[in-house]
Design a protein around this ligand. Structure first.
Ligand SMILES: Cc1cc2nc3c(=O)[nH]c(=O)nc-3n(C[C@H](O)[C@H](O)[C@H](O)COP(=O)(O)O)c2cc1C
Length: 318
């Protein structure tokens, strides 16, 4: 059974399934596993320290797969300059660049005369329309269920996705809350032509940088066990609830300023949990789809399972 859409055609992939940028987790290992399984794997550029490290990571990917892959730029969140990293991705002629977290115009302009496919991750209809005007090839739309940084308007995927589908003519890729073949098919029913998953891919064998504690927390958490932090400073993001996020939320109640929060929401605090597994010293991003995650399969096993679920759903409608 074929799963062809404008997204599979655009990106040259078998399944319209994209691995989201995953800060400090999406390196060559995971990217290659997803691309080899027929989806689009990505390397998260801003998790690397230098442009040369990005070049090495891209070379590593190319050694392990001849399939298309992407490089992700979360440009607003770190505040770090990204231009040199972007130049490396352009020089290396990576097949796809995705971007989020800030004004995509400078990146889209720079990519305009290249053959690199341009994906913009947005969280609102107006942002999707803007991305289309600026030259994006497709938009990924993340709803409030998603893990990591979210839109400010708290709109869930099931409402957001069809509105974006109606508002733009480029393909829409649904993101936020999808972890299995049921969510995948639901996204297509809403008019999306592909999906992006973040949280589900952290709970796979090839997400080798995730600590056992983080992966176990994904398995053991239910749909109520995530919280949105940083909303008070205008940068809402969803994480697994733990004692560290309790502290963050209590600070937000009394002193909702970046200065008061910065040490608690830093990349260092993030790494303490996701790499070291210490929930008293840090936090890990995750979406509400943790309620659907029960195991740590290989990426290939996950794709096989999703394909079976998708075929079952499609067969029911014959
Ligand atoms: C741990 C984690 C880190 C993330 N880091 C990034 C990032 O660096 N760049 C990006 O574009 N999106 C990032 N995201 C968002 C994901 O790419 C994706 O949009 C989101 O996870 C989709 O929702 P889901 O978690 O319900 O699948 C991150 C998400 C998580 C869970």
């Amino acid at each position: 059974m074929a799963f062809q859409t404008r997204v599979t055609e655009l990106l040259g992939i078998k399944f319209p399934i994209i691995q989201g940028g995953l800060a400090y987790l999406a390196y060559a290992d995971l990217c290659v596993a997803v691309s080899n399984a027929g989806g689009l794997g990505q390397v998260t550029a801003m998790s690397l320290k230098t442009p040369e490290q990005l070049r090495e990571e891209i070379h590593k990917v190319r050694k392990l797969t001849d399939k298309p892959f992407g490089v992700n730029f979360a440009i607003g969140q770190t505040g770090r300059p990204y231009e040199h990293m972007l130049q490396v991705a352009i020089d290396e002629e990576v097949p796809v660049i995705s971007m989020t977290g800030g004004n995509p115009a400078p990146i889209l302009d720079k990519l305009a005369n290249t053959s690199i496919k341009k994906l913009v991750l947005v969280a609102a209809k107006r942002q999707a329309q803007k991305a289309e005007q600026l030259g994006a090839d497709a938009v990924m739309v993340v709803g409030h269920e998603g893990g990591g940084h979210l839109g400010r308007d708290d709109v869930g995927s099931i409402v957001l996705i069809p509105q974006v589908v109606d508002a733009v003519s480029i393909p829409v890729i649904a993101s936020g809350g999808i972890a299995d073949g049921r969510g995948w098919m639901a996204a297509h029913a809403l008019g999306a032509e592909g999906i992006e998953m973040g949280t589900r891919f952290i709970a796979t064998k090839e997400c080798v940088h995730a600590s056992v504690a983080y992966q176990n927390a994904l398995i053991n958490s239910g749909e109520m066990d995530t919280v949105v932090i940083k909303k008070s400073i205008g940068a809402p993001a969803r994480a697994i609830k733990n004692s560290w996020t309790d502290t963050i939320l209590s600070i937000e109640q009394v002193n909702p300023t970046y200065d008061a929060l910065k040490d608690y929401v830093s990349g260092e605090a993030n790494k303490q949990f996701i790499y070291e597994g210490d929930e008293h010293k840090g936090f890990g991003w995750a979406g509400q789809s943790v309620g659907l995650i029960e195991d740590i399969p290989t990426v290939q096993e996950l794709f096989n399972r999703m394909e079976m679920q998708a075929m079952d759903i499609r067969n029911k409608w014959k």
